[in-house]
Design a binder for this molecule. Structure first.
Ligand code: GAP
Length: 515
């Protein structure tokens, strides 16, 4: 646990120190759970978005994109169920006056029990050495089994109480478990109440004429209300998908874990419209396809797992999360939801307009079913960033901090460094920049010793450094240094574009989704 917290602290400070993420309006002490992307962060974020967009839209001839507005007609949110049902159960501590999500207090309690299981595993692994079989230990050790049963029974009761809207039982559970305010230790709790997560605002010039609108809490509804427009103008045939990336807003109460849970964040969503009755098959298809996209980035198969939902949202007949091992444990990164015809039917009912598809093969019209894939761009950023941040012990006894980003996502693909600031080397280096910048984001740096410059590039994840030295003047070759291995090779300037291009091309990386 302490190691994980330590790693998370390093992630936070590295993100700030190296220009990836800043707290919003920091000079005014920040705004809780709102963040700004800095000069390097904005590049990484854009590359992740592009990687998703290419995989989903460019590589699927039956998926097209839209960019719907953040503000939508307020009835949208009545129809979608968000006005009535997009709530979190909250509890206040009467002594500290702090507010918490009741379900998160219970989940955190279970995470502590999970920590005890991990301790047992670590102890046993030490005791048994090489012959240790973790799976067998987890399945047979009485203490571990006891802890697992406890977690299952607590989470089972929580899920049931929330499903039945039995908020009194959620409070009773908190009291029975002896859960205290994490800040003060007080157990003096209020009742649990539901709290809507949507941000409301007004449209209109005067108080009398204003209309209550909401900042969208998900991008999906902008796709649903445009379903027929896109289908007709694009002459789309079912099955087909509509993809969108964009901001979403939620008044999250648990404002912590950095960009994991934000009040303003970005989603990358795709709604796949299908024939009713085929949803199981497409749900499995998209689970597999999305996992393959994640694995293509090479961040370790062991860091992903599926979590099938037992408690389903009001719109779904099946749902699963792709969870990722963040520095604070396995948590939801992406959701795949079989949303039935819930949304389109609701919009038909509330708008009075037909949202149906005429199926020429079936010779009839129907409201399509939908399978959705929904991933938070900021969460994906955190997954990539935290997984890539490594502290390495080098053979000479020193340590180096290196951000081993998948090269396809790195903010800069190559840094061009003249060995010294004289003898015509900067001029050649700048010529190389002037050529390569048409293909890649490049970085020019001539300040400090070259070793120091390499480390600066390691820290922002640049996969290649090119050093121009005196030999370059004679034979038009440069040193190409590889970030991860620190290997250096001598190559011709004229070969740079192709060598770098091969290793950072989206084509090469996205092809891995197919295998
Ligand atoms: N349209 C379905 C939908 O919005 P969701 O499970 O609520 O489903 C989908 O959200 C994804 O959006 C999550 O898996 C997560 O990656 C991201 N997400 C949700 N709330 C977030 C928040 N407050 N901050 C950052 N990302 C968030």
């Amino acid at each position: 646990m302490a190691v994980q917290e330590d790693q998370f602290k390093k992630v936070l400070s590295h993100a700030k120190e190296y220009g990836f993420v800043f707290q919003s309006s920091e000079i005014y002490d920040g705004l809780s759970a709102v963040y700004d992307y800095a000069q390097h962060g904005v590049e990484l974020k854009k590359n992740i978005r592009d990687y998703w967009w290419k995989a989903m839209v460019q590589l699927h001839e039956n998926i097209v994109g839209v960019d719907a507005a953040i503000l939508m007609h307020p009835t949208t949110w009545k129809a979608s169920g968000h006005v009535d049902a997009f709530n979190d159960p909250l509890i206040d501590n009467k002594d500290s006056k702090k507010r918490y999500r009741a379900d998160v207090l219970v989940e955190d309690y279970c995470a502590k029990i999970e920590g005890k299981i991990n301790k047992e595993v670590t102890k046993a692994a030490k005791r048994f050495g090489d012959s240790f079989d973790k799976d067998q230990f987890m399945a047979t050790n009485p203490r571990v089994l006891g802890y697992q049963d406890k977690i299952k029974s607590i989470l089972g009761r929580l899920a049931k109480s929330l499903e039945n809207e039995d908020l009194a039982d959620v409070k009773a559970l908190i009291e029975e478990l002896g859960i205290a305010d994490p800040m003060t230790g007080s157990k003096n709790w209020t009742e649990v109440k539901q709290f809507n997560l949507m941000f409301g605002t007004q449209i209109g010039a005067s108080a009398e004429n204003s209309t209550q609108v909401y900042l969208r809490p998900e991008t999906a509804q902008g796709i649903f209300v445009n379903f027929l427009n896109v289908q007709k103008t694009g002459r789309m045939k079912i099955p087909f998908g509509i993809a969108q990336t964009g901001k979403a807003f939620r008044n999250e109460i648990v404002a912590r874990q950095f960009i994991f849970r934000m009040r303003e964040f970005e989603q990358m969503e795709m709604q796949f419209f299908i024939k009713p009755g085929t949803q199981k098959e497409w749900y499995e298809h998209w689970k597999k396809t999305r996992l393959a996209w994640h694995l293509s980035l090479g961040m370790g198969e062991e860091n992903y797992r599926f979590h099938d939902h037992e408690k389903l949202a009001h719109y779904a007949d099946a749902a699963a999360d792709i969870e990722f091992q963040f520095p604070f444990g396995f948590k939801e990164l992406e959701g795949i939801h079989s949303r039935t015809d819930f949304d389109l039917s609701q919009h038909e009912q509330f708008s009075g307009k037909k949202l149906q598809y005429f199926d020429p093969q079936e010779n009839k019209s129907y409201v399509p079913y939908v399978v959705e894939t929904s991933i938070g761009l900021d969460r994906m950023f955190l997954a990539v960033f935290s997984n890539s941040l490594i502290e390495e012990q080098l053979e000479n006894g020193s340590t180096r901090t290196v951000l081993k980003l998948p090269p396809v996502l790195a903010p800069y693909k190559v840094a061009i460094l003249p060995l010294v600031k004289k003898d015509g080397l900067p001029e050649i280096a700048k010529e190389i920049v002037a050529d390569l910048k048409w293909d890649f984001n490049t970085f020019y740096d001539e300040k400090d010793a070259v070793g120091k410059r390499y480390r600066r590039q390691d820290a922002i994840g640049t996969p290649f450094c090119v050093t121009v030295d005196h030999q370059t003047l004679e034979d038009q070759t440069v040193t190409l240094r590889h970030r991860d291995s620190m290997d250096q090779e001598r190559i011709a300037i004229s070969d740079l574009r192709q060598i770098i291009g091969n290793l950072v091309s989206m084509r090469m990386w996205l092809k891995k989704c197919e295998s």
